[in-house]
Design a protein around this ligand. Sequence first.
Ligand SMILES: [Zn+2]
Length: 234
Amino acid sequence: MDKTTSLLPEMHQVHQKLETVRGKLERGPRQIAAQERVLKQKEEERDALKEKLTELRKAADGKTLQLKSNEAKIQDLKGKLNAAASNKEYEIISSQIEADEMANSVLEDEILEALDKVDQSQQDIAAAEEAIQEQQAKIKATEQQVNETKEGLEEEASTYEAELAELEKELPGTMMDQYRRLVEAHGAGCLTEVENDACTSCYAIISPQEKVQLNMGKVMLCRSCGRIMYQNKS
Ligand SMILES: [Zn+2]
């Protein structure tokens, strides 16, 4: 058997292993980036809640201020009541005080409601802060895990790269440019196994003549997809 008949399947295997390891190396940073996007979203949600809290406080403060000014007004009216010159005037001022006290009672309810909302909003912010901390811890754990495996994976990748460099020396020199282009375009898919006389990448059927040449160990490209074909004889 010609050397290339075992060379190409071996190359394909190493390419595939290298691609798997590179995939694992890329997955870590991608995972971290995705988790950081979630963190950013949670922070934005917290910021929006804080803005809402400011608004709610402002509303509660406004109503409290109004209540105080109404109370002052009632005090003032009570003073005038004592100095009323006639029954008629007394009645007018009395009903005014009554109406103002009624309005204040409504206002007090509204203030209680507004303070409840402030309270709820503070709880929402605390929950959001907790979610942020949880997400930060998650990112830290992922980073640690990625860092722990990174070195080993990088070593594995360099081993495969070295193995490939050795194997590539066996390829016909005239093929190298084409081979590099195929690697660039398809990665591990630069090579394709022929099974039942068909390219396993594009399913094109090879001719009887190509089959003979393949069996003789000639390095050939699939006429349909352009990948380097090989016949696995194992
Ligand atoms: Zn093909």
